[in-house]
Design a protein around this ligand. Structure first.
Ligand code: ADP
Ligand code: MG
Length: 366
């Protein structure tokens, strides 16, 4: 659906986006995760044809955004970082204006009703945009992106500045939209991306630092050479600790052993680091058997996605374990996308029930 190849954007000397490539399949909800200034908005502005790239290609549904801008853009609904709203217009006037601007051929009344219903702005259609709360403004921005039912939705930090209730609403709306549309959404907040997206691209300093599902990213960036062992020695005293540490250190492939906390009376945790080539687990079992020690726990120290994100964005070097990636290409996401209308109808119901409308503020804030 979307193909990005070697995309680069320079602002003078400043390299905002540096040679990034990725593809997005139909029906995916892809999250761009990255700290402020990473290049998310710049990338989205290029994807939607708002700004041109310095080099590289973008194909939307097979159409090049620079060579066939009209055809390519017809596939996209865009909610930029700052929604393009006309504050003096009523919601209705604005959406009608956007309808005309996009030369939408769908039956006007029914389509606008659908879009307003979906974005839950039906009750504010007669109101002037300026007077709406931030949450409502954002939903009007989203409605604008949905006019003409574009197959691709690009949403730049759609929940920024919203309160927790509004955030939950927008997230559930995006999930729902993901059933019918291909969605790219950006955020600098990890839990947000984790909550909504099938797949994550971590962008840092204009480059793609990781690409995959949360699990895949976490798996591909593990510290398999690090583990924690909990061993019960025979005397349950610190004498065990000395002996166990020294025996573990003598195992071939073990580079480093440190006795850590006492977990239960006389039972300690040991942090072990290996050379990264030797699988030492069997040998560990063997020495424990020989010495009559009990292994109470053996855990490879996996990183959480949060650890990974922090490490990447703090500029710490982490091993992306490319070797593994090449052997096993990123498995395609198992799409739960379903275009059948029954499915959507039931989903519609669920989400209607899920929360009372924030019916706002609508009355209160005049
Ligand atoms: P993000 O959306 O991830 O926060 P941006 O894409 O807005 O990041 O910005 C990426 C980098 O490009 C930043 O360092 C920003 O200062 C720079 N940048 C963005 N727009 C411009 C511009 N019009 N002129 C010069 N530098 C820019
Ligand atoms: Mg941005």
């Amino acid at each position: 659906m979307i193909e990005v190849k070697n995309l680069t954007k320079r602002y003078g000397d400043k390299l905002a986006v540096n040679d990034i490539s990725f593809t997005v399949e139909k029906g995916e909800i892809l999250g761009f995760l990255g700290p402020n200034g990473a290049g998310k908005s710049t990338t989205m502005n290029m994807l939607t044809g708002y700004i041109s790239s310095t080099s590289g290609h973008i194909l939307i549904n097979g159409k090049d955004i620079l060579e066939q801008p009209k055809e390519a853009k017809a596939n996209i609904g865009y909610l930029p970082e700052i929604p393009p709203l006309y504050f003096d217009m009523t919601v209705d006037a604005y959406l009608n204006f956007m309808f005309d601007l996009k030369k939408c051929k769908l039956p006007r009344r029914a389509h606008l009703e659908d879009v307003c219903g979906l974005c839950k702005i039906t009750d504010v259609r007669k109101r002037v945009i300026r007077n709406l709360s931030k949450g409502y403004k954002q939903r009007v921005g989203l409605a604008q992106a949905l006019i003409n039912n574009p197959p691709v939705l690009i949403l730049d930090e759609p929940t920024v500045g919203l309160d927790p209730n509004q955030i939950i609403e927008i997230r559930s709306l995006i999930k729902k939209l993901g059933k019918k549309h291909t969605v790219i959404l950006s955020s600098h907040i990890l839990p947000e991306i984790q909550a909504v997206c099938d797949r994550i691209i971590i962008i840092n300093k204009g480059t793609v630092a990781a690409d995959g599902t949360a699990d895949e990213i976490a798996k591909n960036i593990t510290n398999e050479h690090k583990m924690t062992l909990r061993i019960e020695g025979e005397t349950h005293t610190s004498a065990d600790k000395e002996k166990i540490t020294s025996v573990l250190r003598s195992i071939n492939g073990v580079k480093y052993v440190r006795a850590d906390m006492e977990r239960e009376k006389g039972i300690y945790d040991y942090d072990i680091e290996t050379d990264g080539k030797t699988d030492v687990r069997r040998e560990i079992n063997k020495v424990c058997r020989e010495n009559d020690w009990n292994i109470m726990m053996l855990q490879l120290s996996d990183l959480t996605l949060e650890d990974i994100f922090l490490k990447i964005t703090m500029g710490e070097h982490i091993d992306l374990n490319n070797e593994k990636k090449e052997k096993k290409p990123r498995p395609r996401i198992n799409l739960v996308t379903n275009n059948s209308s029954e499915d959507d109808a039931s989903d519609e119901k669920k989400s209607e029930e899920s929360k009372p409308d924030e019916a706002e503020s609508a009355g209160g804030e005049k």
